[in-house]
Design a protein around this ligand. Structure first.
Ligand SMILES: [Zn+2]
Ligand SMILES: [Zn+2]
Length: 404
């Protein structure tokens, strides 16, 4: 992020229609991904290396970075809405079910892209992959491969649960099997922006401080000069990450706690590679259901709070603070790409007072950052609160995690 202060607001005539740029990986033919060395189709991601590995000859390789493919640019010149072909609007008439012709034997194999993006031909055992970007939200512009291994994820989930053992529900403890953690790719939009923000408010500078009265009746008074304050700032944002599954963004926390995913941000999105379905072999993915337009309000909210923090350094002279009363955001240009980001998920169904609740522990598949919720035993919490004051803090943390 870079900024300059103060600045003129450039004019912001946005073209109506988003401009699309292609991220289609043309090196891949639809249907079959072959090992570049031996031609086999049994290809998988090896998380510890973050690379694809041929299960036949053990050759390892990677797709090129999306960033390299689409080119670096000066974000201060970004104008209009530019959208990667994998982030294009979802066409509701396009079926999630795709039929591929097997290159090995000619059979027609059906792939339900809302559940998987690779499938094995039942006749010749070739692995078939969806490489073409179909406008149903299933194939993104890029994928950030897992680099945290299953073993590492299990260790982190065990450590997370161990720390909360004291308050955990007995059934959770007896049925805890961190080995059941599964890798999932979650859909996100990654946005660059060229923005101006304008804020108006009232600032106060203290001119005098004095006390009146004596003893218990003493009161301190301040005199202050009051100013109308106005600030404008131009700034750019690089790789802002927005959830693009509406179902998860509007989650009902009374039934499950899976918005913990947002607490394990950020991801090193600069290392995302161009689409290749082999990165998803054996890994489930959640299909994107939000278009650029749906995510504009969430983006503007984030941009406004960035704008406010950008100007905060310039109002330090108002030692009694500034109260912002009005604000405006001017988005000159945005660039959107859709991306699958890697998450290890451990879930636990818990029934309490007849209500079912799903608890999750999530591990960032790149950084190992771990967060989640554990069903608590209310008896234990109460007992702890009654017996020792120092437990109250942990109690608050436990509740915080549950409700986050
Ligand atoms: Zn090979
Ligand atoms: Zn076949």
């Amino acid at each position: 992020m870079s900024s300059s202060l103060p600045a003129e607001l450039p004019d912001s005539q946005h073209p109506e229609e988003p401009e699309e740029f292609s991220t289609q990986n043309s090196d891949l033919a639809d249907g079959v991904n072959r090992c570049p060395r031996c031609g086999a189709t049994d290809i998988q991601l090896r998380p510890s290396a973050g690379k694809l590995v041929c299960l036949f000859c053990r050759h390892e390789w990677a797709e090129s970075l999306l960033e390299e493919a689409t080119g670096d640019e000066d974000l201060t010149t970004l104008r209009g809405t530019i959208v990667g072909s994998g982030a294009a609007d979802i066409d509701s008439s396009v079926s999630a079910v795709v039929t591929l012709k097997c290159a090995g034997c000619g059979a027609e194999v059906v792939v339900n892209t809302s559940e998987q993006l690779t499938s094995r031909c039942h006749w010749c055992r070739h692995v078939l992959s969806i490489n073409e970007q179909i406008p149903n939200g299933a194939v993104p512009d890029a994928v950030l491969p897992f680099s945290v291994s299953h073993e590492d994820a299990v260790a982190r989930i065990s450590a997370f649960a161990k720390k909360r053992r004291m308050f955990a529900h007995a059934r959770f403890k007896s049925e805890f099997t961190p080995e059941n953690v599964v890798p999932v790719y979650m859909p996100y939009m990654v946005v660059d922006g060229n923005v101006s923000a304008e804020v108006w408010g009232v600032g106060e500078i203290k001119t005098r401080q004095y006390t009146r009265g004596s003893g218990d009746k003493q009161t301190t008074y301040y005199d202050a000069d009051i100013y109308q304050v106005e600030r404008r700032v131009d700034f750019t944002v690089d790789d802002l990450t927005l959830e693009s599954s509406g179902e998860r963004a509007n989650i009902d926390t009374k039934q499950n706690t899976n918005n913990v995913i947002n607490t394990i941000l950020p991801f090193d999105t600069k290392n995302a590679v161009r689409w290749n379905a082999s990165y998803l072999n054996g890994i489930t993915s959640e299909k994107r259901d939000q278009d650029v337009e749906h995510l504009q309000p969430a983006l503007e909210n984030q941009l406004l709070s960035i704008g406010r923090s950008e100007v905060s350094g310039s109002v330090a002279t108002y030692d009694r603070g500034v109260r912002w009363e009005r604000e405006r955001i001017d988005v000159h240009g945005t660039k959107w790409v859709s991306m699958y980001l890697p998450v290890w998920l451990y879930s636990f169904h818990h029934v309490e007072r007849g209500k079912s609740m799903v608890h999750y522990i999530a591990v960032n598949g790149r950084t190992g950052e771990t967060m989640g919720s554990v069903p608590v035993s209310h008896g234990r919490l109460l007992l702890a609160a009654l017996t020792a004051g120092t437990f109250v803090e942990s109690l608050a943390i436990a509740f915080l995690v549950v409700s986050s």
